[in-house]
Design a protein around this ligand. Structure first.
Ligand code: NOJ
Length: 555
């Protein structure tokens, strides 16, 4: 068993724009985060992942960076950051920065220079191509609708942007680009930050020749498979490890769109040549359909169980999992898998937090914050939803009503509504006008009420975190072997964890109905209840599990 602090951590993701506004401009900021460190310490997490806080014109809410070594005006300045880092450390909380280096903003000085002329020294920092037959160089579609290529009038060439046209892709095959990125990372490490979450890092190496992508039935463009897990991605990450990461004691997680188990074993292998762990996305697309995420379709439980279990089993002793339901790109899990109730939030949390891997909690998840009831595109701020709304309706793929229903079910803004601190105006998030609407349910779902209620979702998360971090079961929860039970059961998510002589069983009824369940393990002589969201239920071979029941026992 290879122990490591980052395997034993619980990470809390902050989306600064929506976390806490200290100056009344309607936008969260660094001083707002500072004011909530006590809250985070109370919850028990030991690492914060900060979504981007760098200078940015905010075309994609900070994922379009115009200066990697400066702070976004809306969020404060470098002194505020230094104070946040210092105070977080005083609270025994580490800070992981978002590293967005597949692309920059088109307002970054490198791109401003690059687009000036074909012989500019920075020209080759980005991916420029001539058109083909008077059209784009290939059929790739951008993740945010439309072609992945933008015509540049000045130099009469196209540049690649896998995301918005204000996010040109960097050319990692250029060693100068890698020098720039590694120097910038070193600068942050020397400041004392504790790690990096690497945005779409699986996309930094493109297949040479940039061949067309596959056009799936009904799709408007070719896919981006020739940009993911490309031929040199592992070489570049190993170079990054040699030149930067190996010199510090960091936590590193790669956001790896399109990652397979086989690839993950390379990115996050226990030999530690590249990253500590990856975010994989397979389970987040189980409720998509032929139009992608824009659907109210729900996940089929056996698919979810089999998928997560595959990652549990196949990374064991080979690589390390990151465990997440929510982040700033996903809808709220209590709405997605549950029924918006606190009980379902606790049940769904139990499933994840008892698995092997490092868990991530996205702000508000610990309160059971829900999706927002979107009824109009005017309520949206997210470029992905807004562009897809236009494109799919224009192409006649979906009606306006279907699109709004899809956005309400899966859109990214569900995660981005302001953090619900209390029941005062704007949920205590801001004294001004919030940049995006507050969820109207803040009067009942808010941190203040939940801190005072020992049965709240907050206090349940607190217990889950403390079980993992500081209890007699910590080792088995972090390192124990996982085994799924009853993979075809459509209602119950049950599994065991085992470490030496110790064994835990996790039983969760993932439905809003009472179900009968026969435990396929010997549960005679049960020693302990580790946690449950319904203490009155007793463990026995034949059980009646109440709606959204969750129980973890030592057997
Ligand atoms: C993934 C990020 O999580 C998402 O928010 C962003 O839009 C894209 N990468 C582009 O940076």
């Amino acid at each position: 068993m290879n122990k490591a602090w980052w395997k034993e951590s619980v990470i809390y993701q902050i989306y600064p724009r929506s976390f806490c506004d200290s100056n009344g401009d309607g936008i969260g900021d660094l001083n707002g985060i500072r004011s909530k460190l006590d809250y985070l310490q109370e919850l028990g997490i030991n690492v914060i992942w900060l979504s981007p806080i760098y200078k940015s014109p905010n075309d994609d809410m900070g994922y379009d960076i115009s200066d990697y070594q400066d702070i976004m005006d809306d969020f404060g300045n470098m002194d505020d950051f230094d104070a946040l880092l210092k105070e977080a450390h005083e609270h025994q909380i580490k800070i992981v920065m978002d590293l967005v280096v597949n692309h920059t903003s088109d307002e970054h000085k490198w791109f401003i220079e690059s687009r000036q002329s074909k012989d500019n020294p920075k020209r080759d920092y980005y991916i420029w191509r001539e058109g083909k037959d008077g059209k784009e160089p290939n059929n790739w579609g951008s993740c945010f609708s439309g072609s992945a290529w933008e015509w540049d009038e000045n130099t009469q060439m196209y540049y690649l942007h896998c995301f918005s046209k204000k996010q040109p892709d960097l050319n990692w095959d250029n060693p100068k680009v890698r020098d720039e990125v590694f120097n910038m990372m070193t600068w942050w490490c020397d400041k004392g930050i504790d790690g990096f979450r690497m945005d779409v890092i699986s996309m930094i190496s493109k297949v040479p020749g940039l061949p067309d992508g596959k056009v799936y039935e009904g799709a408007l463009y070719g896919d981006l498979s020739n940009t993911t897990n490309g031929p040199k991605v592992h070489e570049y990450l190993q170079e990054m490890r040699d030149r930067v990461l190996s010199k510090y004691d960091l936590i590193t997680v790669g956001e790896c769109a399109g990652v397979t188990i086989e690839e993950a074993q390379k990115y996050a292998g226990l030999d530690n040549k590249e990253l500590n762990m990856v975010f994989q996305f397979e389970h987040t697309s189980l409720d998509h359909d032929e139009n992608g995420k824009w659907t109210t379709k729900r996940m089929y439980l056996p698919d979810l169980k089999k998928n997560l279990s595959k990652w549990q089993v196949e990374l064991e002793n080979k690589a390390w999992n990151s465990l997440y339901w929510d982040n700033h790109d996903q809808p709220r899990i209590v709405s997605r898998l549950g029924d918006d109730s606190p009980l379902s939030a606790k049940c769904i949390a139990t499933v994840l937090h008892m698995m092997q891997g490092t868990p991530y909690i996205y702000q508000g998840e610990e309160l059971g914050m829900t999706n927002y009831p979107f009824t109009s595109i005017d309520e949206c701020r997210d470029i992905e939803s807004i562009n897809a709304f236009k494109e799919l309706i224009n192409a006649g793929k979906l009606t306006k009503e279907q699109m709004i229903a899809g956005i309400a079910a899966k859109g990214r803004d569900n995660a981005r509504t302001p953090m619900q601190w209390d029941d005062s105006d704007n949920a205590g998030f801001t004294a001004g006008t919030p940049w995006i609407n507050v969820n109207p349910n803040y009067k009942t779902i808010n941190a203040k009420a939940e801190l005072e209620d020992e049965n709240s979702v907050f206090n349940y998360y607190k217990k889950l975190i403390s079980l993992r971090r500081k209890s007699e079961w910590s080792d088995i929860i972090v390192y124990g072997t996982y085994r799924l039970l009853d993979e075809d059961d459509e209602s119950v998510f049950a599994y065991t964890r085992q470490l030496d002589e110790k064994k835990l069983i996790v039983i969760c009824n993932m439905t809003g109905k009472e179900v009968d369940y026969t435990i396929p393990e010997d549960v005679n002589g049960v020693k302990n209840t580790v946690i449950s969201n319904c203490d009155s239920v007793e463990l026995k071979q034949q059980m009646k599990l109440p709606a959204w029941f969750a129980g973890v026992y030592e057997i």
